[in-house]
Design a protein around this ligand. Structure first.
Ligand code: ADP
Ligand code: MG
Length: 729
């Protein structure tokens, strides 16, 4: 194995950047070339088929079988112009990543001759044999069938020689087994609820869309070095490794120049994204060495999420070509910043108003304030749901690690906007407002746009920050499917807006004027949600104490955080807004718990193997060398001289023995803890057992190994070290 490390380092010395040439100098020549978008539909579909698709997208009208055949045919013709031979229903099961099963267009015609066919039936629905996707007990094995069904709102696209059709994935009995189905429901729910609230102000609004702009952080590691680290290959993170003498102290990586081999990778990635109509825009280095970020221009949340999933796939493949492995794990290296996926979220009306941006007049600002305050209330009431939506085995190493938001939810607004809200609570009295109050209020509200223009103080330590025209949910993990958090945020927002609207209606029925009713409720909500607002340093210890005083929850244990999907409040959001039914919610929790258990289980196994098969033998080899040295010294020198010159080596021999014994004992104990945990039937209890009894061993074992790494001859150390993984380009 030690050989692997040296081969890898040798390979590295010979790496060069690939040359990447775009298909054309003009981006518009190839942007979207691999997407069956409106323009291509118009070209390849008969008029009535084109109308059927647009009606389905815009009005949700089902597509008839006859039309589906026409659409499939047009789609096939287009795909064949790109030399496509296969098609697949592309979906997002509850694992990390996407799934696809490729079928050829090939079929036998009536006279047994080979023909190429793609019918409407194949386009609209498929039955993948999917019994091994996680489903949380929803599907019994005897009916282990799932269906995929075309999501018309996300266009088909071509990767390599395969036509990919974005689909939802549901069980035989109709329960969602994927991320897309509930995301579409949550987006529908927030559309409906937000539209009703908008209509209090503006009758012209008939739809509200959700926008998502994700920022994806990741690490690149040389492929040969990656392959020589079984822990990275199997668990996505380094389970051992002493910190490098230099890592990110100098912060010289951030916005530093990007190495040529990485630039080549990024360039090719960008080209492939653009062909697929993914509007990637920014790329830069992140804080940690070898860490980078990619962000597109925001899009409709469903499409943005599909694009994020697609980009993660593309990155893996393109990285390989450039001899890199891409790491999406939230914390691949201990002691070095981890990776997140910021979700920039906003709501926008079909009349073109961004509901999280202040308007040009007091009326527009009232609309803005209404949505802003409802977000405050939504996050305040749903801290536990939002947290449940972002926790995972990987993210648990990042959250609260003095580099990422803690496990406490809070909102940053900026001092001026905060001050403005406080003013409002003072001005609006419980009874009817006086004309003066109304005037000052209107003046104050009228000032919001200027306030925001001036307000450039950005707080990077907040998990849920207002950034001028959107909220940025920063606690999301880099490997996550954005849908999990977007389902929670949008469903909770729908629920909050529905409650708000009902309260306005009630006051109005009691004879309170509309504006008065809205003011009164906003004031109540500003006061009630005050604890969720925090402008200070979210990474500090003081905040933890302060948050506890405010009664905010801070849950770092993953299974415990997940169980809050079952809180009354979470249930009234998820089940109340019809995002999940009972069995879907139960299934989802089970899947998440099981994912957690499995990840920890894999880490435990890999660490155990590496410790016993790689590290201990090397430690013993080195110890033998020391012993040989000691024996030689003893032979040659006088007892007195020998005693004097051998003390340090004897100590080292003792130390190595101590660590080897400790490692063996700890690995045995950990294996025993896993065995015990594996006996447990309940997913919940098992996950708790893993987190309480297995996880603590990982760090304990690692500590001994990391010390050995410092003590043992570098020449024989088997695994690539941090300095090699992190700094070689
Ligand atoms: P930063 O790193 O400063 O947060 P970036 O420009 O890297 O900013 O990323 C910001 C992301 O937010 C981009 O994807 C951008 O398109 C997105 N974004 C900008 N405005 C909105 C908005 N109104 N709604 C949703 N996302 C937005
Ligand atoms: Mg950001």
């Amino acid at each position: 194995m030690a050989k692997m490390r040296f081969f890898a380092l040798q390979e590295l010395a010979n790496r060069t950047a690939l040359e990447v040439i775009p298909p054309s100098n003009k981006l518009s020549d190839y942007y979207g070339s691999h997407v069956f978008d409106r323009k291509k539909m118009q070209e390849y579909l008969p008029r009535e088929a084109f109308k059927a698709v647009t009606d389905a997208v815009e009005k949700g009208i089902p597509i008839s079988r006859e039309m589906a055949d026409l659409i499939a045919n047009g789609m096939k013709s287009w795909a064949k112009s790109l030399n496509v031979t296969h098609y697949t229903h592309w979906f997002q099961p509850l694992t990390d990543g996407t799934a696809e099963k490729h079928d050829g267009f090939i079929e036998f015609g009536e006279d047994a001759e080979v023909i190429e066919r793609f019918s409407g039936k194949l386009l609209i629905q498929q039955e993948p044999d999917a019994s091994s996707f996680p489903n949380g007990g929803i599907r019994n094995t005897f009916e282990a069938r799932g269906y995929t069904a075309w999501d018309v709102s996300s266009p088909a696209f071509v990767v390599d020689t395969t036509l990919c059709i974005p689909t939802i994935f549901i069980s035989y009995t109709g329960e969602a087994l994927d991320y897309k189905t509930p995301l579409l429901k949550a987006l529908g729910a927030v559309d409906k609820a937000a539209t009703e609230v908008c209509q209090l102000f503006d009758r012209n609004v008939s739809r509200v869309y959700t926008n998502l702009g994700w920022e994806q952080e990741y690490f690149l590691v040389d492929l040969a070095l990656f392959d020589a680290r079984p822990d990275l290959c199997l668990s996505g993170r380094t389970l051992m490794g002493h910190s490098s003498a230099k890592d990110q102290q100098l912060e010289d990586h951030y916005f530093g120049s990007i190495p040529p081999r990485v630039t080549a990778f990024m360039k090719e990635l960008e080209i492939e994204c653009h062909k697929l109509g993914i509007p990637v825009k920014t790329r830069h280095n992140e804080v940690a060495p070898n860490q980078f970020e990619l962000a597109p221009i925001f899009e409709n949340a469903n499409l943005a999420n599909d694009h994020n999933q697609l980009v993660m796939d593309l990155m893996k493949r393109i990285a390989r070509k450039h001899r890199f492995a891409v790491l999406f794990h939230e914390k691949p290296f201990s002691g070095v910043n981890g990776s997140g996926k910021h979700n920039n979220w906003s709501l926008c009306t079909d009349t073109g108003i961004n509901l999280f941006a202040p308007g040009r007049n007091p009326k527009g600002n009232m609309l803005f304030l209404t949505f802003l305050v409802n977000v405050l209330m939504m996050v305040y009431k749903n801290q536990n749901l939002l947290r449940a939506s972002i926790v995972s085995a990987g993210n648990s190493h990042r959250l609260g690690a003095a580099e990422a938001p803690p496990s406490i939810l809070s909102i940053f607004l900026g001092s001026q906007l905060s001050h403005m809200l406080d003013e409002i609570t003072k001005q609006v009295s419980d009874s009817k407002m006086t004309p003066e109050e109304k005037t000052t209020l209107k003046l104050g509200i009228g000032r919001i746009p200027e306030i925001l223009l001036d307000n450039t103080d950005r707080n990077r330590t907040s998990p849920f920050a207002f950034t001028g025209n959107r909220f940025e949910f920063r606690a999301v993990g880099s490997s996550a499917n954005c849908a999990a958090s977007m389902i929670a945020v949008n469903a909770a927002m729908a629920n909050q807006l529905n409650e708000f609207k009902a309260a306005v209606d009630k006051l109005m029925e009691e004879g309170v004027g509309r504006d008065e009713a809205i003011f009164r409720l906003l004031k109540e909500m500003i006061l009630a949600s005050e604890p969720i607002r925090f402008e200070g340093d979210g990474y500090s210890e003081e905040w933890k104490e302060e948050a506890a005083r405010r009664g905010l929850t801070n849950i770092t244990n993953v299974p415990e955080a997940l169980m809050h999907y079952n809180d009354d409040q979470s249930r009234s959001v998820l089940i109340g807004e019809r995002i999940f039914n009972e069995s879907e919610l139960a299934g989802r929790i089970e899947v998440e718990l099981e994912k957690y258990t499995k990840k920890v289980q894999i880490e435990g196994r890999v660490l155990g193997d590496l410790a016993i098969n790689h590290i201990v033998p090397i430690a013993v080899t080195y110890q033998n060398r020391l012993l040989e040295n000691l024996r030689g010294l003893k032979e040659i020198f006088s007892t007195e001289e020998y005693e004097e010159m051998s003390a340090d080596r004897k100590e080292l021999v003792r130390e190595i023995s101590h660590r080897v014994t400790a490692i063996k004992t700890l690995v045995n104990d950990m294996t025993e803890a896993r065995k015990q945990a594996n006996q447990i039937e309940s997913h919940k209890e098992k996950a708790f057992a893993y987190s309480n009894t297995v996880v603590p061993y990982l760090d304990k074992i690692r500590e001994h190994i990391d010390h050995l790494e410092l003590e043992i001859d570098d020449e024989i150390w088997p695994l690539p070290k941090y300095r090699e993984l992190l700094f070689n380009k």
